[in-house]
Design a protein around this ligand. Structure first.
Ligand SMILES: [Zn+2]
Length: 370
């Protein structure tokens, strides 16, 4: 979800909305829906004038305890607001550490050097309820706030995807409203990829969820392209479909050697993180330079202003994916099977070639002042 706070961008994710569920509404309505679903005392004042001291209007919540961990080269300050939690703080910190490790695995490091992670216990609820990420807040390049139900079980915490999703948001500059779909699409697509590469998920479960979720991102007959159609389905899954197709196409053009991951690492390496505001053109160009292709720029030109349908059943077949009652099966002799395996490979991207391209790109961008 996106709220505008002054000129700053906010990303929110609420699990109570049933993600990846059936909602299909303008995401700008979500703040109101969210306010209805949470106890009023837990809803921060975020609309209207920028809040100088914190995101919490008339005062930040009292902090019961604070600790700092180092993950992927970043310093993460974890603050627990006052409130009862059945879970021990140690298990929550361990989960944060695991999520940060997945994101650092995907990007080669944690995207921002410092972040504050604020845990807000919510009385009488269970589960990881909602996450929000801001850039450049409270003296940190990124502030993540997680609402955690008081009676959350260790199993619910272990299954959480919201923390990883929110952390992925730190790895992209803030974009205007029209391109919010790229922020949410990337987080939707990368979250499971980061977790599978870190060994937290199986590739079967990742592809099962992709096969289930991607149809929600297809345009309907009234669609006017991703920059102009701000429904829930097009924002989250339409954006994710763009990312999947970009990943497949980059890998097809580079013989599976490079993928979207290399493009995204280059954007972070060039300083493109949530505390910055870059024009989209600069983001796409930076990513394309890293892979030696024009996939992102060319796809954006097509997908942003017109509906692009993807023949998903054909794509799954070409990737060698088949949904059986017992689960997903892989066909190793399918034409794009090597692309499928390279997307989720634990070894990550082709580091040597990618690093060389990144060095070339840095030289190029210094000359061009990209
Ligand atoms: Zn999000």
């Amino acid at each position: 979800m996106n709220l505008t706070v002054g000129v700053r961008r906010v990303r929110q994710t609420a699990v109570w909305a049933g993600f990846p569920g059936m909602w299909n509404m303008n995401f700008r309505l979500w703040p109101a829906m969210l306010a209805l679903a949470l106890p009023s005392a837990a809803v921060p004042t975020v609309q209207g004038a920028p809040v100088a001291a914190s995101e919490f209007g008339h005062g930040a919540p009292p902090i019961a305890s604070s600790q700092t961990i180092i993950v992927g080269g970043a310093s993460l300050q974890i603050d627990f607001a006052d409130g009862a939690l059945d879970l021990s703080k140690a298990i929550v910190v361990t989960r944060i550490q695991a999520a940060a490790h997945s994101v650092a695995t995907y990007y080669g490091r944690f995207p921002v050097p410092r972040a504050r992670i604020l845990i807000i216990p919510v009385p009488g609820r269970h589960g990881v309820l909602q996450g929000t990420t801001w850039g450049d807040r409270d003296g940190f390049p990124a502030l993540l706030r997680l609402r955690l139900g008081q009676t959350t079980t260790p199993e619910e915490l272990a299954d959480d995807w919201i923390l990883t999703h929110e952390m992925v948001h730190t790895a992209l500059p803030s974009l205007p409203d029209e391109q919010h779909w790229l922020e949410e699409g990337l987080a939707t697509y990368i979250e499971p990829m980061a977790r599978v590469q870190a060994g937290e998920l199986t590739s079967q479960s990742v592809w099962r969820d992709m096969m289930h979720g991607m149809p929600k991102g297809e345009p309907d007959p009234k669609d006017r392209g991703l920059d102009r159609t701000h429904t829930w389905g097009r924002t989250y899954w339409g954006g994710a479909l763009f990312c999947l197709m970009a990943d497949v196409e980059i890998r097809r053009q580079t013989g599976s050697r490079l993928g979207l991951q290399n493009a995204l690492r280059a954007i972070v390496a060039a300083g493109g993180t949530i505390d910055k505001q870059w024009p989209l053109e600069r983001i796409l160009k930076t990513g394309d330079q890293a892979t030696g292709t024009r996939v992102l720029e060319e796809m954006y030109a097509r997908w942003s202003e017109s509906p692009v349908y993807v023949d998903l059943p054909q794509l799954w077949e070409q990737l060698g994916l088949k949904a059986e009652p017992a689960g997903i099966t892989f066909n190793a002799s399918a034409p794009l099977a090597s692309i499928r395996t390279s997307i989720t490979a634990a070894s990550g991207p082709n580091t040597a070639e990618a690093d060389e391209r990144l060095r070339d790109f840095k030289r190029f961008s210094e000359k061009q002042s990209l």
